[in-house]
Design a binder for this molecule. Sequence first.
Ligand SMILES: CC(=O)N[C@H]1[C@@H](OP(=O)(O)OP(=O)(O)OC[C@H]2O[C@@H](n3ccc(=O)[nH]c3=O)[C@H](O)[C@@H]2O)O[C@H](CO)[C@@H](O)[C@@H]1O[C@H](C)C(=O)N[C@@H](C)C(=O)N[C@H](CCC(=O)O)C(=O)O
Ligand SMILES: Nc1ncnc2c1ncn2[C@@H]1O[C@H](COP(=O)(O)OP(=O)(O)OP(=O)(O)O)[C@@H](O)[C@H]1O
Ligand SMILES: N[C@H](CCC[C@H](N)C(=O)O)C(=O)O
Length: 480
Amino acid sequence: MVLLLPELLKDWPCTVHGGDFRIDITGITEQSVRVKKGFIFVARKGTRYDGIAHIDEAIQKGAVAIIVDRFTLTNLPKNIPVIIVPDCKKFLSYASARLAGDPSKELTIIGVTGTNGKTTVTHFIGQLLSGVGVKSAVVGTTGVFIDGEEMDVDVPSMTTFPAEYLHPLLKRCVEESVTHVVLEASSLGLSSCRLDHCEMDIGLLLNIGTDHHEEHGGETAYLMAKQRLLSMVNVMVVNEEDENCISLIKGATVPSVFFGLQTAAGIPFPQCEFQLPVQGDFNRLNVMAAISALLVLGYSTDELFPHITDLKLPEGRMQKLERDGVMVFIDFAHTPDALQGVLQALSEMCYGRLITVFGCGGERDRRKRSEMGELAVYYSSNVLVTSDNPRNEDPQSIIEDIMEGFGGECSAVEAELDRRTAIRKAVFSAAPGDIVLIAGKGHEKTQHTAKGLFPFSDLLEAEKALLEKTYLYSEEIQGQ
Ligand SMILES: CC(=O)N[C@H]1[C@@H](OP(=O)(O)OP(=O)(O)OC[C@H]2O[C@@H](n3ccc(=O)[nH]c3=O)[C@H](O)[C@@H]2O)O[C@H](CO)[C@@H](O)[C@@H]1O[C@H](C)C(=O)N[C@@H](C)C(=O)N[C@H](CCC(=O)O)C(=O)O
Ligand SMILES: Nc1ncnc2c1ncn2[C@@H]1O[C@H](COP(=O)(O)OP(=O)(O)OP(=O)(O)O)[C@@H](O)[C@H]1O
Ligand SMILES: N[C@H](CCC[C@H](N)C(=O)O)C(=O)O
């Protein structure tokens, strides 16, 4: 959609300096590389770069107006309008929605937040909606799916898409006759205003644990980010079994309904009445959260029942491989609560040894590292501590942080920097009856190190190791 600049700005506080004001705007971005002819470039200051340093590049690519949110005497062009707004992030969100024609107004949107389980619950809701005949899109960490089919979209692999990607995507959903969209609302997405002008109907609050405190600047800021969702929706669906969630909604004016292991949208829904297709209490709670969203939308338990037993976990969540009596689980657990939930569920079903391979991401919360180390050692017979996207941090020092969780000494723990080797060691050491958990990367297809992004899949590595083990073992037997 093309909008005249004054039309776009008329409802937004701003001051305009220089240049011809009556111009057509074709799009907006805060990334200089994405600027096209007729675009507004939002020159925002971030933690690593300052957009102002990229204004010339943006103009060369066709930018016709520049947005800034601070007075500066340097580098500002005179020949095109420079617009000063109170907050670049908020403006980007507002203008992205307007330029896409406010598609969120035409859709029923469910926003799911929580430290753990967002991807799982959004997919469950999408599957239930398909079951009752509603065309829906699921948008989040693992991509965009319409009625379960992955869509080919040009979006960054993020949990909550930046507004400049989100609204054009919602527009496409409307064009493809999608009526319901289920979105992951990450704390960082909420705090950076990515969802500010996305009109949502239902908000889901799954749980609040430890993650991203450092990136937010502390636990309070993390909680405040999650709280932002409350002001964006008409009704909240809240986990009644999580005290932090209950505290978060205290005093909120938005109405809330609750779910727990035996309740959905406030009504008794005992799980013993149907067979749930998932393992672990946390996943059973995820199912109840998804059912609650559908009940709030007005579907009846009778309509939902036939589809509950068909629910499937998304890729890389408790994904099981089995060979020669050894079970391997690939799981995206990368927080203490997630790791504990998975380890608990697996230890309940394991009659041999539980062997855990995991690491912690670089440039992410440090506090969780030792907590995860402690949990891994507590539940497992053997632990291989390894690398998980060290990014620009030293992988060895991340491992040392993890090891602090158990005092750094434990005969059942081995540090193995190379994730491929760690997976092979775990699989080769497993005997029939043992379970190998490979945690932290789930569906991810790359390993992010200081040298760049390298193809890597826990699933493929585990499959290769299992096959190779069978082959070597059969050769050994033949050789005897
Ligand atoms: C924490 C966060 O939201 N970070 C995002 C943020 O970074 P930033 O504010 O520090 O910005 P910056 O990189 O310093 O850049 C400043 C400005 O200069 C611009 N720039 C920069 C360089 C250039 O060549 N040209 C240019 O125009 C940038 O587009 C930006 O507008 O803005 C950048 C530009 O849009 C994003 O790339 C970056 O996400 C990075 C990739 C990231 O890793 N984000 C993760 C942590 C994230 O958002 N994760 C959440 C949560 C996941 C979960 O649930 O666990 C998610 O929703 O995905
Ligand atoms: N309700 C839950 N409570 C605790 N742990 C959970 C829950 N649901 C899933 N998990 C664990 O968290 C992992 C990640 O799940 P999922 O991808 O659904 O969460 P997410 O919130 O989308 O994560 P991210 O924000 O990083 O994208 C799972 O692999 C599982 O180990
Ligand atoms: N959305 C999460 C995913 C973490 C996955 C884990 N493999 C890691 O890299 O820490 C994040 O960006 O913090």
